[in-house]
Design a protein around this ligand. Structure first.
Ligand SMILES: Cc1cc2nc3c(=O)[nH]c(=O)nc-3n(C[C@H](O)[C@H](O)[C@H](O)COP(=O)(O)O)c2cc1C
Length: 244
C-alpha cells in the first residue's frame, strides 16, 4: 500500500478534507489510483458543500466513474424551471479528443500562458449545460399560461433555469467527492458545431469535473467578498430593518 494511502486509511479523510481542502487535495494527487477516492464519497450536508464550493482549475488523471456522472446529471435535472418547462439539457463529454477541442475553443493556451494548469483538457468530464429558449415561448403559449400570445419576458427565465442547473451540477460534483469549475466559451457557434447541438439550443458554458489537484486560484479572488451590508437588504433597499 502506498505511504500516503496507509496514513489516510488510519485517519478520518472527511475531517482532513474539511480542515484543509488544499492539503487534502495535494495528498490525493500524490496517491496512486487506489481506493481512497471511492472511499470518500461524502454525501455531505449542504452547508459543508457550500463551504467547499469553489472553482477548481486542475485535476488528477483519475477518471470519474460513470455512475457518479449520472448522479450529477440527475442533480442538474432537479433544478426548478419556469412553468416546469424543463428547457435545460446537458451534453456530457468524456472523449479525450473532444475535450481537447473544447479546451482549444475555450482558449486553454491563454490560461496556461497566464500560469494556470491545462485544466480544461485535463478534466476527465465536461458537462455543457444548455437551454432552449423556444421551449419557454411554446410553454407560455399553452392554455394555463398566456394563450392569447407570447408573454412579455421581463426576465428571460431560460437563463435563470440554466444557471440553477449549472449550480446544482457544481454542488453535486462536490457531494461526489469531486471538484468542478465553470468557464465561458466565447465562440458559442463553434462549440455548437463541435457538439452537434441543435440550432434552437444554446450552451451557457462548460463545467469541468474531476478529482481535485492543487491549482492556481483566479486573480479575481483578490477582490474579496463584498460585505453583507452591501448585498443584504431587509424589507427595503435602504431601510434599517431587522438584522442590522
Ligand atoms: C457565469 C460565470 C462565468 C465564468 N467564466 C469563467 C471563465 O470563463 N473562466 C474561469 O476561469 N472562471 C470563470 N468563472 C468562475 C469565476 O471566476 C469564479 O466563480 C469567481 O472568481 C469566484 O470564485 P469561486 O467560484 O472559486 O468562489 C465563471 C463563473 C461564472 C458564474
Amino acid at each position: 500500500m502506498p505511504f500516503f494511502s496507509a496514513i489516510l486509511s488510519c485517519l478520518d479523510a472527511n475531517s482532513i478534507a474539511e480542515k484543509d481542502p488544499e492539503i487534502f487535495s495535494a495528498i490525493l494527487s500524490c496517491l496512486e489510483n487506489d481506493s481512497i477516492a471511492e472511499k470518500t464519497r461524502w454525501n455531505m450536508e449542504l452547508n459543508e458543500i457550500l463551504k467547499k464550493r469553489r472553482m477548481v482549475r486542475n485535476y488528477t488523471d483519475e477518471p470519474v466513474e460513470t455512475a457518479a456522472i449520472e448522479r450529477i446529471i440527475q442533480a442538474g435535472r432537479r433544478a426548478p424551471s419556469a412553468g416546469f418547462t424543463q428547457g435545460q439539457s446537458f451534453v456530457v463529454v468524456t472523449d479525450k479528443e473532444i475535450r481537447q477541442e473544447i479546451a482549444t475553443l475555450a482558449g486553454e493556451v491563454s490560461y496556461v500562458e497566464a500560469g494556470f494548469d491545462p485544466w480544461i483538457s485535463k478534466a476527465p468530464v465536461h458537462v455543457i449545460v444548455c437551454v432552449n429558449e423556444q421551449d419557454y415561448h411554446r410553454r407560455y403559449r399553452e392554455a394555463d399560461k398566456a394563450p392569447d400570445g407570447d408573454m412579455v419576458w421581463p426576465v428571460p427565465y431560460w437563463w435563470v433555469d440554466a444557471g440553477a442547473s449549472m449550480m446544482l451540477v457544481l454542488l453535486a460534483a462536490i457531494d461526489e467527492g469531486l471538484a468542478a469549475g465553470f468557464l465561458g466559451v466565447h465562440s458559442i457557434p463553434d462549440l455548437k458545431e463541435l457538439l452537434a447541438i441543435p440550432d434552437e439550443v444554446e450552451p451557457i458554458g462548460v463545467i469541468t469535473i474531476g478529482h481535485p489537484a492543487p491549482d492556481r486560484k483566479s486573480g479575481s479572488l483578490k477582490r474579496g467578498w463584498r460585505s453583507d451590508a452591501e448585498i443584504k437588504h431587509w424589507q427595503r433597499w435602504n431601510s434599517t430593518g431587522e438584522g442590522e
